[in-house]
Design a protein around this ligand. Structure first.
Ligand code: NDP
Length: 483
């Protein structure tokens, strides 16, 4: 099985194949087959990508916003027309079920292109009168921006970065994760077809070293990373050397608080979506599920019943609702965490092992009696492992939920809406959901606090992170000087 596209890079408006750099394979998690072989970008290709972005950016920024927006909106339409083809590619690259990729990946990317295409025309500053003098501010593009993606939502991540960046008049060089390198190339192809000038959005492949070279280049004005906290630390530090702007979308260990007055089925659905969708490979997952003591047994019983509905199988079969891990390595990392949980005394309720079938499947795993000091309650696992913890009071639950260096997301399930809002206000997180979980519409800001990140993606908030402000003061009277 081979997946298109097969050229490694997309530079200056065209696919570029160059086999000089070291090769790496993209594998399909269901069969372990190689679906594409790509090559690391050489320093020469990195230079060409940055140079073409710098050239394209100047003319692009000079266009009226409405014209930039039109290109993005056309790209959104093309993505929707090609949703099935893009979803199948994403399924092969990530192993996620087609049932998911058809509704959550390219479609979410198209939403971002449409949304930022729509507001490109209205990006602007403010005017303030100071007597007869006045000043106004201009929201100017940053220039050439670098996007670096994680492997779980490849085309969504590329679009969430490219759409606002381009709407604001920037150009981009994007480096996908080496594990899921293919769909960003499709985005580049689609943007070209929609009318984006050559060089506006380039894709170069490679491992961390390619990302590091992009960040260190003096032409780079900003880097936006989606990845783990350790990578975020490195990228933020090297961006600081050049005083570059950053957006950091990093990992999490988010809490879901389920009070005993909650709608039980809604809470179980929230916990399932927040732990097992994409086989748990989602940054915002609510992997610490705090359940109030009286609800614990009914919660575990209902959850176990609902897990009978898991359909593992060929991800390209639309009835499959649970896929393999994206890489064998990630499967092993998750299995190691499961063994640690058992050794540290957590009570296994479901799963707990590699599924007895071909492919890198881990059965949806639930541990109860998890305590705050256990490894699985502290570290991001990035796999289908739910930790259930028990609490008695609201104050205790909030304190324990916040006792983590991460702060990406949080959830609260309760029928008491006053409590819902109070708890949402006290949880240290970039996003808090009340009576639902993991919904991330493009209209809503998304990002983390504490170690989970800096800056926000999506919504009008993103504009502030892809532009810089220039103040222009206009004197209307005589100019006084002391001598
Ligand atoms: P990594 O941090 O391992 O990698 C992220 C990206 O950074 C990859 O493209 C990687 O390249 C690249 N990279 C690695 N080292 C460097 C470096 N020194 N300089 C520049 N780039 C570098 O993350 P994963 O791909 O493993 O993704 C999982 C992580 O991403 C989890 O922690 C998850 O929580 C987080 N995530 C956060 C999201 C958010 O929006 N907050 C959303 C999705 C995931 P390569 O892979 O080729 O090594």
């Amino acid at each position: 099985m081979r997946a298109q596209p097969t050229a490694s890079h997309y530079i200056d408006g065209a696919y570029v194949d160059d086999t000089t750099g070291d090769s790496f394979d993209s594998l399909y998690g269901y069969t372990g087959e190689t679906i594409a072989t790509l090559h690391d970008a050489t320093p020469d290709l990195i230079d060409r990508a940055l140079a073409s972005a710098a050239r394209a950016q100047v003319a692009w920024a000079a266009l009226p916003g409405v014209e930039r927006g039109r290109v993005l909106r056309r790209a959104a339409d093309i993505m929707r027309e090609r949703n099935r083809e893009l979803s199948e590619l994403e399924t092969l690259d990530t192993g996620k079920p087609l049932q998911e990729t058809l509704v959550a990946d390219a479609t979410s990317g198209a939403d971002a292109l449409e949304y930022f295409g729509g507001i490109a025309a209205s990006i602007g500053g403010e005017h303030v009168q100071l007597g007869d003098d006045f000043f106004y501010t201009r929201r100017e593009p940053l220039g050439v921006c670098v996007g670096i993606g994680a492997w779980n939502y490849p085309i969504q991540i590329a679009c969430w970065k490219a759409a606002p960046a381009l709407a604001c008049g920037n150009a981009m060089v994007f480096k996908p994760s080496e594990t899921t390198p293919l769909s960003a190339l499709k985005l580049a192809e689609i943007l070209t077809e929609a009318g984006a000038p050559p060089g506006l959005f380039n894709v170069v492949q490679g491992r961390g070293a390619v990302g590091a070279a992009l960040i260190d280049d003096p032409r780079t004005a900003k880097v936006s990373l989606t990845g783990s906290v350790p990578t975020g630390r490195k990228v933020y530090a090297s961006a600081a050397e050049g005083m570059r702007h950053v957006t950091m979308e990093l990992g999490g260990k988010s809490p879901i608080l389920i009070f005993d007055d909650a709608d039980l089925d809604a809470a179980v659905s929230g916990a399932i979506n927040g732990n097992f969708y994409s086989s748990g490979q989602i940054c915002s997952n609510g992997t610490r599920v705090f359940v109030q003591r009286d609800l614990l047994d009914p919660f575990l019983t209902r959850l176990s019943e609902r897990l009978n509905g898991v359909v593992m199988g060929d991800p390209l079969d639309e009835t499959t609702n649970f896929g393999p891990m994206t890489t064998e390595r990630q499967m092993q990392i998750v299995l190691d965490y499961i063994e640690k949980a058992k050794a540290e005394g957590a009570r296994l309720i479901a799963g707990g092992a590699r599924a007895d079938r071909d492919g890198w499947f881990i059965a949806p795993t639930v541990f109860a009696d998890v305590t705050d000091d256990m490894t699985i309650a502290q570290e991001e696992i990035f796999g289908p492992v739910m930790s259930v913890l028990t609490f008695d009071t609201e104050a205790e639950a909030v304190t324990r939920a916040n006792a983590t260096p991460f702060g990406l997301s949080a959830g609260v399930f309760t029928r008491d809406l006053a409590r819902g809002h109070r708890v949402a206000a006290r949880l240290q997180a970039g996003t808090a959901w009340i009576n639902t979980y993991n919904l991330t519409p493009v209209e809503m800001p998304f990002g983390g606090v504490k170690m989970s990140g800096i800056g926000r993606e999506n919504s009008r908030e993103a504009i502030a992170h892809w532009t810089q402000v220039k103040s222009v003061y206009v004197g209307a009277g005589t100019v006084e000087a002391p001598y």
